[in-house]
Ligand binder design. Sequence first.
Ligand code: EPZ
Length: 430
Amino acid sequence: MDRIAITGGARLKGEIPISGAKNSAIKLMAASLLTDEPLRLTNMPRLADTRFLGRLLRRLGAEVVEREGEDGPETLLTTREIVSGFAPYDLVRQMRASFNVLGPLLARSGQAKVSLPGGCTIGARPVDLHLKALEALGARIDLHEGYVYAQAPRGLTGGRIEFPFVSVGATEHALLAAVLAKGETVLENAAAEPEMADLAACLNAMGARVEGAGGKTIRVQGVDRLGGATHSVIPDRIETGTYALAVAMAGGEVRLTRTRSDFVAALTAKMREAGVEVVEHDDGLTVRRDGGRLTAVEIETDPYPGFATGLQAQFMALMTLAKGESVIKETIFENRFMHAPELGRLGADISVHGGEARVRGVDKLDGAQVMATDLRASVSLVIAGLAAQGETMVNRVYHLDRGFERLEEKLGACGAQIRRLKGDGEPVED
Ligand code: EPZ
């Protein structure tokens, strides 16, 4: 299994281009099942997760072609017909977002059998809201031996769905199904993450009629069929925030390009409060830190536009060296503090009680062997390693490869002392 070795202490200087958003790309790929015409997705990230979903889509009948376009990597997806409505346990277990093929399969062919995804290291992550939403659109859902059997032989019909709390996955899933349902669907208390608006923009380019995505209420007028389209994936806000925090941790000055500063406004507000300089540009942001100790600040994760849970681990890494005590509240996932004990191996002083972590800033971190437990946790260890004295070895980096494209290349180009040690047989896992 590959490992990443980082020798801390190098300041970062240069430019990092941000890739297309993983969490948008995988939902957009699932949307391709809704039409028999080609969907061309540009600004595609090349990640273990997108490759993995490509494999599942091929099994369901899609032709998936990855190629280099005028503006970088793109993927062409064409599903002339659904050859199978079956998404087996092994494929869904390895990547939860695979579950989102259920809605499109049901909308296009009236039936599907998709494995329940199960829990993962960051929490139980049930799918009850996804299933209730599909039922509200007229689907018949049966659960049997770990599988969801869904049927809508006469097609789905529009309905009103009010989510009891914000769920990105359930909102996206409802939208993916509602575009081909008969009549109007209204989604209340919808997720407002930028990936929602991106999905709606792509569906509209395919001929759907979706209004209000990116806000709390989304209205969909169902259409009979969707066609092909070309759509550019939005920049990855979690990758953007991660590199912003890496620069803040290591010190130096780096311009993050091909991205949007407004996507990470909650983060940059907290970074400024802590003492990091952030300058916004049309195509991204510049992060600067000239040495001097940062001040501890408190954060609480919340649905967008609040502080993203996907940046909580990386922010915690930054706080390990700040002056004072930082309180970090995680309100989205019940178990998203697995990085705390690993940061502790580097010398961080962190205590966790329920959904709250207290980070008391220390004078220095020392490199050590650490192990990644999930995607964002692993990158928080890389960030900590950039400022730790000596060598930090991050094991099980296949988690990183799920969501960060060419991480060591991007950081290395800015002067980070980071290298990958090759292993073999790395599995894909959520
Ligand atoms: C998405 O997960 C992202 N994943 C996560 O990023 C992200 O952290 C999360 O949204 C929050 O922004 C993808 O887009 C693939 P939710 P999702 O449904 O859709 C509970 C990463 O790091 N819930 O908004 O699964 C759930 O357990 C990943 O790239 C139910 O109870 O998140 C959680 O506590 C990790 N029932 C809360 O809602 C349901 O039916 C919010 O989850 C659905 C969710």
